[in-house]
Design a protein around this ligand. Structure first.
Ligand code: AMP
Length: 229
């Protein structure tokens, strides 16, 4: 099963991916996290993407697809070993039409295909409010918000005690650019999946648990409807 979670920055995609993936026995593939890890490790890929990342622009499609291909190969291997893993959940990928087509090709090569695409709908003013106060744990990646979801102790992660920081691309200028890119380059992808009968829209401006439940219901509905077709 290969599920795609879409939505603008701040729509709650990351939070929902962390909740939904284990419930469906899927491994999360979050390209943004892969790039942040590459930058932090100082690897060749990290050095290549750092400037683009900090400006809030998209990493080139070929490089993004190469990273995803590597992760998919690992997951297929784990599936074969009978680890109970049933596929992958994509968070923040695909973001362009060439990435969507590239993903279809990668999955087809494994005899697989996209099962369902869920898009989280959140009004733009709410997105900006959520992003401008967002804090991320430097150690474990958990996310907080200064007022909407504050940590128990300011500046300290509840989960692991790590230091909370603002992401380099959560500055007002980068946030605006990322939202513009989402609405101009990524939102058109919705049509690609809608035409294939794979898309479900979920209202993301509701309590976290309610959104999670609706995502899981929608995946089951679309997966069931397209099975064997
Ligand atoms: P995210 O954590 O999903 O908001 O991603 C943070 C940044 O990583 C983006 O602004 C891009 O620079 C880069 N990035 C993440 N996913 C992709 C992708 N699928 N294609 C291109 N760039 C990406």
């Amino acid at each position: 099963m290969y599920v795609i979670l879409m939505g603008a920055q701040g729509s709650g995609k990351g939070t929902q991916a962390d909740r939904v993936a284990p419930q469906l026995h899927l491994v999360k593939i979050a390209t943004g996290e892969l790039f942040r890890a590459a930058i932090a490790s100082g690897s060749a890929v990290g050095r290549e993407v750092q400037a683009v990342y900090d400006r809030g622009e998209l990493v080139p499609d070929a490089l993004t697809l190469r990273l995803v291909e590597e992760r998919l190969r690992e997951i297929a291997q784990r599936e074969r070993l009978g680890t109970g893993i049933r596929g992958a959940l994509f968070d923040g990928f695909p973001r362009t039409l060439p990435q969507a087509e590239g993903l279809d090709a990668l999955l087809a090569a494994q005899g697989e295909r996209v099962t369902a695409v869920i898009v989280l709908e959140v009004p733009r003013d709410v997105l900006i409010e959520r992003l401008s106060g967002r804090l991320v744990c430097k150690e474990c990646g958990a996310t907080y918000h200064v007022t909407l979801n504050p940590p128990k102790v300011p500046g300290v992660c509840d989960a692991c005690g790590g230091e909370l920081i603002q992401r380099a691309d959560d500055t007002p200028a980068a946030v605006k650019k990322r939202l513009d890119i989402y609405f101009s380059q990524t939102a058109p992808l919705l049509d690609y999946y809608r035409e294939r009968g794979l898309l479900a829209e979920v209202d993301g401006d509701r309590p976290i648990e309610v959104v999670t439940e609706e995502i899981i219901t929608a995946v089951a509905r679309i997966g069931g409807a397209t099975q064997g077709s």
